[in-house]
Design a protein around this ligand. Structure first.
Ligand code: SF4
Length: 86
């Protein structure tokens, strides 16, 4: 069936999760390393990641060890944008 308009189906399960206990250096590595700027400091000094915008470039995975990223995997299929064609 042809796609008549762009559709976006966001994933509900994060495919990237920072570790719970991160020191300032580990947080800075994620915040400064992601080319999409998806890691951000929270007001209370924590860290969030907007995994929906991930480019799947792997930079954070290469920069960090398992003590920094609790999870890094490719996102589940069937989510994201489906472009209209025709
Ligand atoms: S894989 Fe790339 S775009 Fe995605 S969160 Fe890591 S550094 Fe950012």
């Amino acid at each position: 069936m042809p796609v008549t308009h762009n559709r976006y189906r966001p994933a509900t399960t994060p495919h990237i999760i920072p570790a719970e206990e991160l020191d300032a250096g580990q947080k800075a590595q994620l915040v400064n390393g992601c080319p999409a700027g998806l890691f951000r400091y929270t007001a209370d000094g924590g860290l969030t990641v907007d995994f929906h915008g991930c480019l799947e470039c792997g930079t954070c995975r290469l920069l960090c060890d398992p003590d920094t990223l609790a999870r890094w995997q490719y996102p589940a299929s069937g989510f994201g944008i489906v472009y209209r064609f025709g």
